[in-house]
Design a protein around this ligand. Structure first.
Ligand code: CAA
Length: 257
């Protein structure tokens, strides 16, 4: 496998992954999914990692979906394998220990929307469009859309999108909580720079613990989840990071994490 479908840059521990398969608007085929899996496996082992931004090359598409040409002739068994491979990679993305942000530039359709949903949160450029158009192709979402979309926007809105297949623009995505912010397309680099600045000045272990608390708490009842928070809060006082952060505040200087 040639490692060429994903560009990777790093600044102060924040890695930007740019999906780059322009001839198919970055559609997710087996090779791209496998390469994403390999890239994420390497990032899991990156001790200095502080954040990940995922975006699409060019100005037109984040990801135009799973690759329809590749899917058309699949048997049910092959379709199951294709979806399970992708789900494993998206789970790997979701459970990266650092904050992950989808920077959605242009089309995020089907598997593209599902990829964005596997990130912790999302920013859309003002030319972005989102949809789960699978029913128009005679299938249902298969990369987690029927589960992560309702958890993000609620079941009624998710079923509105999934059963109509309609496209929504960046502002509607913002309104329903699918994305957190909308930026102008030409603010993409500045936005990545700003996120890099923010992630790199925060306590790296604190960011990891915060992500763990939110993610692991989601599937628990409130009391168990609050107990988890307390444990992780207390654990934060076990290392150097908390002492440095609080000393820096009291000494009116920047923390050196
Ligand atoms: N799979 C394979 N190829 C794709 C693709 C996809 N999902 N999306 C775009 N492409 C290809 C087109 O076939 C075209 O290739 P050729 O130049 O060889 O013809 C090239 O990318 C450029 O696309 P268009 O000419 O269609 O560009 P456009 O500007 O006219 O339209 C678009 C852009 C609206 C995104 C349109 O390409 C489109 O509707 N794409 C398909 C979107 C879609 O249905 N995605 C869901 C896929 S199913 C899925 O994702 C299932 C799941 O949950 C796992």
């Amino acid at each position: 496998m040639t490692m060429s479908l994903i560009e990777q840059t790093e600044q102060a521990g924040v890695v930007t992954l740019t999906l780059n398969r322009p001839e198919a608007l970055n559609a997710l085929n087996t090779d791209l999914i496998a390469e994403l899996g390999s890239v994420l496996a390497a990032l899991e082992a990156h001790a200095g990692l502080r954040g990940v931004v995922l975006t699409g090359a060019g100005e037109k598409a984040f990801v135009a979906g799973a690759d329809i040409a590749e899917m058309r002739d699949k048997t049910p068994e092959q379709a199951r394998y294709f979806a399970s491979q992708a789900l494993t990679v998206l789970k790997r993305l979701e459970t990266l220990p650092v904050p992950t942000v989808a920077l959605v530039n242009g089309y995020a359709l089907g598997g593209g929307c599902e990829l964005a949903l596997a990130c912790d949160w999302a920013i859309a450029t003002d030319n972005a469009f989102f949809a789960q158009p699978e029913v128009g192709l005679g299938i249902i979402p298969g990369f987690g859309g029927t589960q992560r979309l309702p958890r993000r926007v609620g079941p009624a809105m998710a079923l509105d999108l999934i059963t109509t297949g309609r496209r929504i623009d960046a502002n509607e995505a913002l309104r329903i909580g699918l994305v957190n912010r909308v930026i102008a397309l030409d603010e993409r680099d500045a936005t990545i720079a700003e996120l890099t600045k923010q992630f790199s000045r925060n306590g790296p272990n604190a960011m990891r613990a915060a992500k763990q608390a939110v993610h692991d708490g989601q599937d628990q009842d409130l009391d168990s989840a609050l107990a988890l928070e307390t444990s992780l809060f207390a654990l934060g006082f076990a290392g150097e990071e908390q002492r440095e952060g609080m000393s820096a505040f009291l000494e009116k200087r920047k923390a050196a994490f």
